[in-house]
Write a protein that binds this ligand. Sequence first.
Ligand code: GLN
Length: 323
Amino acid sequence: NTEQTEEWLQSYVDDWVAFYRKHTTDGEVASYIPVLQEADPDNLGITIIGKNGITIRSGDDSIPFTMQSISKVLSFIVGCMERGVAYMLDRVDVEPAGEAFNSIIHLEMKQVKKPFNPLINAGAITVTSLLEGKTSDEKLKPILELLEDMLGYRPAINVEVYESERDSSMRNRAIGYYLLEVGFLESDLNITLETYFKQCSIEVTMDDLARIGMILANDGEDPDTQEEIIPRQVARIAKALMLTCGMYDASGKFATYVGIPAKSGVSGGILAAVPPRVREEELPFLDGCGIGVYGPALDDKGNSIAGIRLLRHIAKQWDLSIF
Ligand code: GLN
Protein backbone atom coordinates (compact mmCIF):
# COMPACT_ATOMS: atom_id res chain seq x y z
CA ASN A 1 0.00 0.00 0.00
CA THR A 2 0.94 3.63 -0.50
CA GLU A 3 1.92 4.37 3.08
CA GLN A 4 4.26 1.42 3.36
CA THR A 5 5.78 2.18 0.00
CA GLU A 6 6.29 5.78 0.98
CA GLU A 7 8.03 4.78 4.20
CA TRP A 8 10.21 2.29 2.42
CA LEU A 9 11.30 4.73 -0.29
CA GLN A 10 11.77 7.44 2.30
CA SER A 11 14.33 5.44 4.29
CA TYR A 12 16.41 4.91 1.17
CA VAL A 13 16.28 8.53 0.08
CA ASP A 14 17.21 9.72 3.59
CA ASP A 15 20.34 7.58 3.50
CA TRP A 16 21.30 8.75 0.03
CA VAL A 17 20.81 12.42 0.86
CA ALA A 18 22.95 12.02 4.00
CA PHE A 19 25.64 10.36 1.90
CA TYR A 20 25.68 12.87 -0.95
CA ARG A 21 25.57 15.84 1.40
CA LYS A 22 29.25 15.13 1.99
CA HIS A 23 29.82 15.75 -1.72
CA THR A 24 28.64 19.35 -1.47
CA THR A 25 32.18 20.35 -0.43
CA ASP A 26 33.37 19.43 -3.94
CA GLY A 27 31.40 22.33 -5.39
CA GLU A 28 30.98 26.06 -4.99
CA VAL A 29 28.03 28.39 -4.69
CA ALA A 30 27.50 30.72 -7.69
CA SER A 31 29.07 34.11 -7.12
CA TYR A 32 28.67 35.99 -10.40
CA ILE A 33 25.23 37.09 -9.19
CA PRO A 34 26.36 38.53 -5.83
CA VAL A 35 23.28 37.69 -3.75
CA LEU A 36 23.40 34.00 -4.74
CA GLN A 37 26.65 33.77 -2.81
CA GLU A 38 24.67 33.97 0.42
CA ALA A 39 23.30 30.43 -0.06
CA ASP A 40 24.50 27.74 2.35
CA PRO A 41 26.74 25.35 0.37
CA ASP A 42 25.97 22.44 2.72
CA ASN A 43 22.31 22.40 1.77
CA LEU A 44 20.94 19.43 -0.12
CA GLY A 45 17.40 18.25 -0.47
CA ILE A 46 15.01 16.41 -2.73
CA THR A 47 11.27 16.04 -3.25
CA ILE A 48 9.71 13.31 -5.37
CA ILE A 49 6.00 13.54 -6.16
CA GLY A 50 4.39 10.60 -7.90
CA LYS A 51 1.03 9.05 -8.63
CA ASN A 52 -1.75 9.24 -6.05
CA GLY A 53 -0.02 12.08 -4.27
CA ILE A 54 2.85 9.88 -3.14
CA THR A 55 5.49 12.27 -1.79
CA ILE A 56 9.01 11.62 -0.60
CA ARG A 57 10.83 14.59 0.83
CA SER A 58 14.29 14.50 2.28
CA GLY A 59 17.09 16.79 3.41
CA ASP A 60 16.75 20.54 3.49
CA ASP A 61 13.25 20.95 2.18
CA SER A 62 11.27 24.17 2.33
CA ILE A 63 14.28 26.42 1.61
CA PRO A 64 13.11 28.87 -1.06
CA PHE A 65 15.46 29.53 -3.95
CA THR A 66 15.20 31.34 -7.28
CA MET A 67 14.49 29.43 -10.47
CA GLN A 68 17.30 30.97 -12.55
CA SER A 69 17.73 28.93 -15.73
CA ILE A 70 14.87 26.61 -14.82
CA SER A 71 12.57 29.52 -15.72
CA LYS A 72 13.70 29.17 -19.35
CA VAL A 73 11.58 26.05 -19.68
CA LEU A 74 8.52 27.98 -18.55
CA SER A 75 9.08 31.05 -20.71
CA PHE A 76 9.51 28.77 -23.72
CA ILE A 77 6.29 26.92 -22.88
CA VAL A 78 4.41 30.20 -22.47
CA GLY A 79 5.86 31.48 -25.76
CA CYS A 80 4.60 28.35 -27.53
CA MET A 81 1.18 28.74 -25.93
CA GLU A 82 0.96 32.41 -26.94
CA ARG A 83 2.53 32.33 -30.40
CA GLY A 84 2.37 28.71 -31.47
CA VAL A 85 5.19 26.19 -31.78
CA ALA A 86 6.03 27.01 -35.42
CA TYR A 87 6.48 30.71 -34.68
CA MET A 88 8.86 29.98 -31.79
CA LEU A 89 10.90 27.36 -33.60
CA ASP A 90 11.31 29.67 -36.58
CA ARG A 91 13.13 32.02 -34.25
CA VAL A 92 14.98 29.73 -31.85
CA ASP A 93 16.53 26.40 -32.78
CA VAL A 94 16.40 23.15 -30.80
CA GLU A 95 20.03 22.02 -31.05
CA PRO A 96 22.40 21.55 -28.12
CA ALA A 97 25.10 24.20 -28.15
CA GLY A 98 27.83 22.28 -26.35
CA GLU A 99 29.02 25.53 -24.82
CA ALA A 100 28.51 27.22 -21.47
CA PHE A 101 25.00 28.57 -20.83
CA ASN A 102 26.12 32.16 -21.20
CA SER A 103 28.29 31.58 -24.25
CA ILE A 104 28.31 34.22 -26.93
CA ILE A 105 30.61 32.48 -29.38
CA HIS A 106 28.00 30.72 -31.51
CA LEU A 107 26.10 33.87 -32.23
CA GLU A 108 28.94 35.14 -34.34
CA MET A 109 29.13 32.11 -36.61
CA LYS A 110 27.91 33.10 -40.08
CA GLN A 111 25.69 30.10 -40.67
CA VAL A 112 23.78 30.72 -37.44
CA LYS A 113 20.37 32.13 -38.31
CA LYS A 114 18.90 31.88 -34.82
CA PRO A 115 20.09 31.05 -31.28
CA PHE A 116 20.85 27.35 -30.75
CA ASN A 117 18.13 26.55 -28.23
CA PRO A 118 15.77 28.18 -25.71
CA LEU A 119 17.68 26.88 -22.67
CA ILE A 120 20.92 28.79 -23.15
CA ASN A 121 20.94 32.48 -22.32
CA ALA A 122 21.00 33.74 -25.92
CA GLY A 123 17.98 31.57 -26.79
CA ALA A 124 16.17 32.33 -23.57
CA ILE A 125 16.59 36.09 -23.93
CA THR A 126 15.28 35.81 -27.49
CA VAL A 127 12.30 33.75 -26.25
CA THR A 128 11.53 36.38 -23.63
CA SER A 129 11.52 39.04 -26.34
CA LEU A 130 8.89 37.02 -28.22
CA LEU A 131 6.47 36.90 -25.28
CA GLU A 132 3.33 38.99 -25.60
CA GLY A 133 3.03 42.19 -23.59
CA LYS A 134 4.69 45.57 -23.64
CA THR A 135 6.04 45.82 -20.09
CA SER A 136 8.01 43.26 -18.11
CA ASP A 137 5.04 42.75 -15.80
CA GLU A 138 2.75 42.04 -18.77
CA LYS A 139 5.25 39.56 -20.18
CA LEU A 140 5.71 37.86 -16.82
CA LYS A 141 2.06 37.54 -15.93
CA PRO A 142 1.32 34.43 -18.05
CA ILE A 143 4.44 32.72 -16.66
CA LEU A 144 3.25 33.35 -13.12
CA GLU A 145 -0.28 32.25 -14.06
CA LEU A 146 1.01 29.02 -15.54
CA LEU A 147 2.94 28.41 -12.32
CA GLU A 148 -0.17 29.15 -10.31
CA ASP A 149 -2.12 26.58 -12.35
CA MET A 150 0.51 23.99 -11.55
CA LEU A 151 1.31 24.87 -7.94
CA GLY A 152 -1.94 26.21 -6.58
CA TYR A 153 -0.33 29.50 -5.55
CA ARG A 154 1.37 32.32 -7.38
CA PRO A 155 5.10 32.43 -6.63
CA ALA A 156 6.78 35.76 -5.92
CA ILE A 157 9.80 37.39 -7.45
CA ASN A 158 12.78 37.71 -5.11
CA VAL A 159 13.49 41.40 -5.58
CA GLU A 160 16.92 41.26 -3.96
CA VAL A 161 18.11 38.56 -6.38
CA TYR A 162 16.50 40.38 -9.31
CA GLU A 163 18.29 43.63 -8.48
CA SER A 164 21.54 41.82 -7.86
CA GLU A 165 21.48 40.21 -11.30
CA ARG A 166 20.20 43.36 -13.00
CA ASP A 167 23.09 45.36 -11.57
CA SER A 168 25.79 42.80 -12.30
CA SER A 169 24.91 41.01 -15.51
CA MET A 170 27.31 42.46 -18.06
CA ARG A 171 27.46 39.21 -19.99
CA ASN A 172 23.70 39.01 -20.47
CA ARG A 173 23.66 42.64 -21.58
CA ALA A 174 26.38 41.85 -24.09
CA ILE A 175 24.35 38.92 -25.38
CA GLY A 176 21.28 41.15 -25.51
CA TYR A 177 23.03 43.85 -27.55
CA TYR A 178 24.34 41.24 -29.94
CA LEU A 179 20.87 39.76 -30.39
CA LEU A 180 19.54 43.25 -30.96
CA GLU A 181 22.16 44.00 -33.58
CA VAL A 182 21.46 40.87 -35.60
CA GLY A 183 17.72 41.45 -35.39
CA PHE A 184 16.66 38.44 -33.30
CA LEU A 185 14.77 40.44 -30.67
CA GLU A 186 11.12 41.36 -31.10
CA SER A 187 10.77 43.56 -28.02
CA ASP A 188 12.70 46.45 -26.57
CA LEU A 189 16.06 45.22 -25.23
CA ASN A 190 15.77 46.78 -21.77
CA ILE A 191 12.27 45.42 -21.24
CA THR A 192 13.38 42.02 -22.47
CA LEU A 193 16.33 41.92 -20.06
CA GLU A 194 14.23 43.22 -17.18
CA THR A 195 11.72 40.43 -17.84
CA TYR A 196 14.48 37.84 -18.16
CA PHE A 197 16.12 38.85 -14.86
CA LYS A 198 12.71 38.82 -13.15
CA GLN A 199 11.75 35.38 -14.48
CA CYS A 200 15.13 34.06 -13.24
CA SER A 201 14.28 35.48 -9.80
CA ILE A 202 10.94 33.69 -9.35
CA GLU A 203 11.17 31.99 -5.99
CA VAL A 204 10.18 28.34 -5.58
CA THR A 205 10.86 25.28 -3.42
CA MET A 206 11.84 21.69 -4.21
CA ASP A 207 8.21 20.68 -3.82
CA ASP A 208 7.24 23.19 -6.51
CA LEU A 209 9.84 21.81 -8.91
CA ALA A 210 8.65 18.26 -8.24
CA ARG A 211 5.07 19.25 -9.09
CA ILE A 212 6.12 20.99 -12.30
CA GLY A 213 8.21 17.92 -13.15
CA MET A 214 5.27 15.60 -12.59
CA ILE A 215 3.03 17.64 -14.90
CA LEU A 216 5.70 17.69 -17.61
CA ALA A 217 6.29 13.96 -17.11
CA ASN A 218 2.59 13.43 -17.82
CA ASP A 219 2.72 15.40 -21.06
CA GLY A 220 1.29 18.55 -19.52
CA GLU A 221 -1.62 16.96 -17.70
CA ASP A 222 -2.05 17.18 -13.94
CA PRO A 223 -2.45 13.49 -13.04
CA ASP A 224 -4.45 14.39 -9.93
CA THR A 225 -7.19 16.30 -11.77
CA GLN A 226 -6.68 15.11 -15.37
CA GLU A 227 -6.65 18.76 -16.36
CA GLU A 228 -4.48 19.74 -19.33
CA ILE A 229 -2.24 22.55 -18.12
CA ILE A 230 0.29 22.53 -20.96
CA PRO A 231 -0.59 21.33 -24.48
CA ARG A 232 0.83 17.85 -25.04
CA GLN A 233 3.00 18.80 -28.02
CA VAL A 234 4.53 21.71 -26.11
CA ALA A 235 5.23 19.58 -23.02
CA ARG A 236 6.96 17.00 -25.18
CA ILE A 237 9.17 19.57 -26.90
CA ALA A 238 10.04 21.02 -23.49
CA LYS A 239 11.14 17.56 -22.30
CA ALA A 240 13.16 16.94 -25.46
CA LEU A 241 14.93 20.24 -24.88
CA MET A 242 15.53 19.44 -21.23
CA LEU A 243 17.08 16.11 -22.18
CA THR A 244 19.32 17.49 -24.90
CA CYS A 245 20.15 20.95 -23.53
CA GLY A 246 18.85 21.15 -19.94
CA MET A 247 22.10 20.61 -18.06
CA TYR A 248 24.15 23.05 -20.17
CA ASP A 249 27.26 21.49 -21.70
CA ALA A 250 26.93 18.49 -19.38
CA SER A 251 23.63 17.41 -20.98
CA GLY A 252 25.15 14.45 -22.82
CA LYS A 253 26.68 13.05 -19.66
CA PHE A 254 23.46 13.59 -17.74
CA ALA A 255 21.47 11.77 -20.44
CA THR A 256 24.01 8.96 -20.37
CA TYR A 257 24.30 8.47 -16.63
CA VAL A 258 20.89 9.62 -15.40
CA GLY A 259 18.66 9.50 -18.48
CA ILE A 260 15.86 11.78 -17.31
CA PRO A 261 14.77 15.12 -18.86
CA ALA A 262 15.97 17.76 -16.41
CA LYS A 263 16.78 21.45 -16.15
CA SER A 264 19.17 23.05 -13.72
CA GLY A 265 19.71 26.61 -12.52
CA VAL A 266 22.71 28.35 -10.97
CA SER A 267 20.89 28.78 -7.67
CA GLY A 268 21.29 25.00 -7.30
CA GLY A 269 17.82 23.80 -8.26
CA ILE A 270 17.11 20.91 -10.62
CA LEU A 271 13.72 20.18 -12.16
CA ALA A 272 13.36 16.59 -13.39
CA ALA A 273 10.50 14.78 -15.11
CA VAL A 274 10.35 10.98 -15.18
CA PRO A 275 8.13 10.10 -18.14
CA PRO A 276 5.88 7.07 -17.66
CA ARG A 277 6.95 3.88 -19.35
CA VAL A 278 5.62 0.38 -19.07
CA ARG A 279 7.49 -1.37 -16.29
CA GLU A 280 6.93 -4.75 -14.79
CA GLU A 281 8.86 -4.41 -11.59
CA GLU A 282 7.77 -3.10 -8.23
CA LEU A 283 8.05 0.67 -8.60
CA PRO A 284 5.24 1.61 -10.98
CA PHE A 285 4.27 4.71 -8.99
CA LEU A 286 7.58 6.30 -9.92
CA ASP A 287 6.35 6.31 -13.50
CA GLY A 288 5.39 9.84 -14.35
CA CYS A 289 6.80 11.30 -11.15
CA GLY A 290 8.44 14.70 -10.83
CA ILE A 291 11.63 15.41 -8.90
CA GLY A 292 12.85 18.67 -7.41
CA VAL A 293 16.38 18.96 -6.07
CA TYR A 294 18.13 21.79 -4.28
CA GLY A 295 21.86 21.92 -3.62
CA PRO A 296 23.53 25.30 -4.20
CA ALA A 297 27.13 24.02 -4.34
CA LEU A 298 27.77 23.79 -8.09
CA ASP A 299 30.20 21.96 -10.34
CA ASP A 300 32.27 23.77 -12.98
CA LYS A 301 29.38 23.68 -15.48
CA GLY A 302 27.02 25.38 -13.05
CA ASN A 303 24.97 22.32 -12.05
CA SER A 304 24.30 21.28 -8.45
CA ILE A 305 27.21 18.95 -7.76
CA ALA A 306 25.64 16.79 -5.08
CA GLY A 307 22.23 17.12 -6.73
CA ILE A 308 23.46 15.47 -9.93
CA ARG A 309 25.20 12.70 -8.03
CA LEU A 310 22.09 12.08 -5.97
CA LEU A 311 19.90 11.92 -9.08
CA ARG A 312 22.35 9.60 -10.77
CA HIS A 313 22.23 7.28 -7.80
CA ILE A 314 18.43 7.29 -7.59
CA ALA A 315 18.00 6.77 -11.32
CA LYS A 316 20.31 3.79 -11.19
CA GLN A 317 18.78 2.22 -8.10
CA TRP A 318 15.21 2.65 -9.28
CA ASP A 319 15.80 2.18 -12.97
CA LEU A 320 14.40 5.56 -13.98
CA SER A 321 16.32 6.16 -17.21
CA ILE A 322 14.02 6.64 -20.17
CA PHE A 323 16.45 4.66 -22.30
N1 GLN B 1 20.03 34.32 -14.34
C1 GLN B 1 21.12 33.48 -14.71
C2 GLN B 1 21.91 34.09 -15.87
O1 GLN B 1 21.33 34.50 -16.81
C3 GLN B 1 20.59 32.13 -15.08
C4 GLN B 1 21.69 31.22 -15.56
C5 GLN B 1 21.59 29.84 -15.03
O2 GLN B 1 20.84 29.48 -14.14
N2 GLN B 1 22.43 29.04 -15.59
O3 GLN B 1 23.10 34.14 -15.83
